[in-house]
Design a binder for this molecule. Structure first.
Ligand SMILES: Nc1ncnc2c1ncn2[C@@H]1O[C@H](COP(=O)(O)OP(=O)(O)OP(=O)(O)O)[C@@H](O)[C@H]1O
Ligand SMILES: [Mg+2]
Length: 151
């Protein structure tokens, strides 16, 4: 994608894709009069359930709030799953891995909650860009690793 189009990716998403269900949530949301909340799902380890958590959080929060899910993982797993899902969802999705644009997450309008799925790398530029913008950090950790410990 040309750079000038990439730079407008998040803005384009908020202008064009807030779903019908999102617009109808405006009056229900307790958060609508406040700046939106940013929830970043992260863990330096791979395969611990970040994408699963981010997608399910987005769908659950979308029951009462206008939600944007940002797929900041170059693997694009959330986007891959959403594109292949035959179910309609109550939130909007945008794929964005550019650190400069990700650092502007707080400037996004028309949403109550922005959920961010991140790559499994603590040294990722995308992660470094979104963490300072976070109101909440969600760290999925498989319980079985603790249960199976014998020491
Ligand atoms: N709570 C859970 N219980 C059981 N299996 C789960 C749970 N959450 C995720 N999984 C499974 O674990 C696998 C990895 O999940 P997921 O892709 O969400 O991890 P991830 O941390 O996003 O991975 P990556 O680091 O590659 O982005 C998937 O097969 C998913 O179905
Ligand atoms: Mg993932």
């Amino acid at each position: 994608m040309p750079m000038d189009q990439r730079n407008t990716a998040i803005v384009a998403a908020q202008k064009s894709s807030p779903s019908t269900s999102n617009s109808s949530k405006q009056s229900q949301s307790k958060l609508s009069s406040q700046p939106h909340n940013v929830l970043v799902v992260l863990n330096g380890k791979g395969g611990v359930g970040k994408t699963t958590t981010a997608v399910n959080l987005a769908e659950t929060l979308a029951e009462n709030h206008r939600v944007l899910l940002v797929d900041a993982d170059p693997q694009g797993s959330a986007t891959w799953w959403m594109e292949r899902s035959d179910k309609s969802v109550g939130f909007d999705l945008v794929r964005e891995t550019n650190p400069t644009l990700l650092s502007d997450l707080r400037k996004i309008e028309n949403y109550d909650v922005v959920v961010v799925d991140t790559p499994p790398a603590l040294d990722s530029d995308a992660l470094a860009a979104v963490v300072p913008a976070a109101d909440y950090v969600v760290l999925p950790t498989p319980l079985r690793r603790w249960i199976s410990r014998t020491d």
